[in-house]
Design a protein around this ligand. Sequence first.
Ligand SMILES: Cc1ncc(COP(=O)(O)O)c(C=O)c1O
Length: 396
Amino acid sequence: MKINPNTKWHQQTNVIHSGFSRSQNNETSEPIYLTSGYIYKTAEEAERRFLGESEGFIYSRYGNPTVNSFETKLSNLEGCEKSIATSSGMSAVSSTLLSLLKSGDHIISSRALFGSCRYVIEDILPKFGIDVTFIDGIDLDQWESAMKPNTACGFLESPSNPMLEICDISKISKILRSNKAKLIVDNAFSTSIIQKPIKLGADIVIYSATKHIDGQGRCLGGAIMGDEEFIENTLRPFTRHTGPALSPFNAWVLNKGLETLEIRIERHCRNALEVARELSKNKKIKKIIFPGLPSHPQYDLIKKQMNNSGSIVTFQIDGGKKDTFNFLNNLELIAISNNLGDSKSLITHPFTTTHQRLNLIEKEKLGIADNIVRLSVGLENINDIIYDLQKSLETI
Ligand SMILES: Cc1ncc(COP(=O)(O)O)c(C=O)c1O
């Protein structure tokens, strides 16, 4: 029995029930189709499949039932026409950009990006004759003035990694559309539970499924979502032949992650808000950045664009790099790790890790000082998370 997305059911019901067919064994949980290839009954059938005249799988680089199930669930959750799953968030970013852009095109990108996204745009795209302009993504005037006749797309993260800057997706998409340019949003920090960029006007949404979608630190994955025209005519030929395919095993794990995403996100957000409120009272903290606090400079936009404030809290220690490292090293429960969106609380020092390769001027423009830390608040008991932070702050 195949259960299709159905307006009769709510989002959470659809995520659990859509996108899979039961085998002849009528199992409750989806089977994993851990296969690289498929068998045709006749040579004629193989020919028809390759000609696209008959339906069915050909090869798992092209498509796989377990991966398809993940893609269908994601499309239902996001409210988009189509999705393609990829082996990591970065293969989603690079496949999107390399399939969409050609030599002579121009891309405008917010400069507040995760380090590897920035590397792809800044160092790889120009090698293929693509003109790149980095701007301050929260400044709409800079989007307007960066537009050129050959601008093909804009790229942004909102909230950004690690300084949690918020870009006005709706207004930026209008600016780009005036030139028929597409807006690509990396929605990794929000997930589609908190923010739906396509509904706000974005054309393409990207995820690192490694983060909250898995949410338990098990596997890498990614996804690209958009309209049928882009996914089928531009992206699919690219991914079929270049091969950033998601493994069926990882797709199965991520499918299980999707079933609990909504409730996990609610708890992540609740814990993060409590952490942010507690840390705002702590004298060892110089500055705290969190979308759920009225002190966030874009609090009004956050209320319009997001329905919750996320799991990441970024803060500045009142001290230097040595004090900041002491604080990190003295944590007992919260682990030092550059991953995020995990059930375990994880903390990182972006200056020396995820954003290490940026020069000092760029770091300064982004506000990434050596006493900034990014905390991914997990699902542990909130009292334990706060106790660990407070205890370690006392040692500074
Ligand atoms: C905002 C953002 N985009 C993309 C990525 C890349 O995802 P992955 O590690 O799954 O390749 C990350 C990973 O840290 C990220 O934080």
